[in-house]
Ligand binder design. Sequence first.
Ligand code: DGY
Length: 325
Amino acid sequence: MPKPILLVTRKLPDAIEARASRDYDARLNPQDEPWSTDGAEIARRATAAKADGILGAAGDQFNAACIKALPDSVKVIATFSVGFDHIDIEAAKARGIVVVNTPEVLSFATAECAFTLLLMAARRAVEGEALVRSGQWQGWAPTQLMGVTLEHKKLGILGFGRIGRELANMARGFRMEIHYRDMQRLPPELEQGAIYHDNEDSFLSTIDMISMHVPGGAGTRHWLNAERLAKMKKGAIVINTGRGGSLDDAALIAALKSGHIRAAGLDVYDGEPKVNPGYLPLQNVVLLPHLGSATIETRDAMGNRALENLDAVLLKGAAPPHRVA
Ligand code: DGY
């Protein structure tokens, strides 16, 4: 029996490429970057290869045109990510193409990234780093670069899913008070003492810091806008490791400039890899290049999870464990 043909759109960790090549006729790609911004090249290559499955990633555009142009041989698209807002799910359903993702294994790493940003923003790490590197640092001084402590602050978590709850665990270690907002209240064993707000205004006006963990797409577009930022306390901190589109950059830049928002930490951007140029001169924003899940351990686990799902569909004829369409 010939092995199923698997088109891999991006460079993946060595162990994952080795596993893919062992079990599939894998068409690997040595490049980290997407082939094109419109998904046309994915469809072209899948057609040329007569691919049975595609292993893609965030940044690949599996839009309606791409999915429509895929050959009939394609039975499954696996994304090397938990987010799937880069895949037109309705178009995939219409073609009977299964879509799978990699949840759970990246929750800790992504929460760790959010917590890194929170600490860096609160403790002015970007300004401090720049001062030392510039050679201008004159030594310890009583009022130099004072930040704010996390201890006893109220951390607002928007989206209390797996990543949000991992962040809450980390924040408890820093004696923070956890507040959250979600579609509905979670059971006590998941809340673990976190305070649920069914009222958006009470949530925004209570918290000292917000960390955003909501999916991308039309339903969350520019959720954190000028009006909601204005409802937050003066001096609050904003962290986003979810999806860039859920935050209105122009509004956040204005609030960072006015000082209404003390600092921000961002790992995701609206229309990334473009970054709103208004952030670049600001010292009170930490800017990371979408590193949420970027640990060696996590990327291996994501690759293995993607392959488990592909194996189910292409090798075992079984239901994939993490199907989103
Ligand atoms: C995810 O897994 O969704 C990460 O944000 C990478 O896109």
